[in-house]
Ligand binder design. Sequence first.
Ligand SMILES: Nc1ncnc2c1ncn2[C@@H]1O[C@H](COP(=O)(O)OP(=O)(O)OP(=O)(O)O)[C@@H](O)[C@H]1O
Length: 254
Amino acid sequence: MIQVENIRKEFELTKKQQKENNTKDKVALAVDDVSFECQPGRIFSLLGPNGAGKTTTLRMLAGILKPTSGSIRINGIDIQKNPNEAKKDIGFLTGSTGLYERLTANEIIEYFSKLYGVSREDYEERKENLYTLLGMHDFQDKRIGRLSTGMKQKVSIARTMIHDPKVVIFDEPTSGLDVITAENIIKLISDCKTQGKTVIFSSHIMSEVDLLCDDLAIIHKGTIVHRSSMHEFRENMQTNSLTAEFIRVINENN
Ligand SMILES: Nc1ncnc2c1ncn2[C@@H]1O[C@H](COP(=O)(O)OP(=O)(O)OP(=O)(O)O)[C@@H](O)[C@H]1O
């Protein structure tokens, strides 16, 4: 379970950033008073246009960024008070997940499984399942530096899942992937739900959200402008498609 209460994130702007953003403000407010809950066995989608605050929010949930104010609890554990404990339960996938270019996929997956204290038996079994699902056997011994963007994304996903986290946070999980791999990621996310994990992912692809999610929040300019179950969202639509409805909600809050 993820419980988010009134989180806010201000970034201090450098002189250069002030110039680039054409502002005299010393801080930029990226996330403003955001609250929501993600339940185990359900998939929550954080939707929003570019620059809405999705990545910033997810990075705070994963304990990588500190909120300026507000609180986040992962399975009841306050991530700011007990970061190490809370992070044991989290798998976080982001486009900027760093991979050591000189290591192979196998070396990276093994390294992270040891870091999380995964037993040899569990490691072998999970690795085999993930490699099969993601189609990773062919390049498992190649150095990361020689892999394509999509292959690197697969290694990042396997790395995120090797310790079998109870809470899974995916920042635009299918971005940059071919349709076959994207389908496999969708299957992986849906399997997480079956296994009773708490899943949150960010996206701006409505078809993906439609396929997967149980609950959604739409974020715009750092603020939550809609929050409901997917069922309620569909029931109350004022337009004839999910994409049109997403755009309508955004425009209404411009
Ligand atoms: N380190 C930073 N310093 C200053 N401003 C930042 C920083 N990181 C993000 N921002 C600003 O915070 C806002 C939210 O950014 P964020 O990356 O969370 O958006 P997003 O919804 O993930 O966008 P996208 O869909 O384009 O990835 C943007 O206005 C962005 O410019």
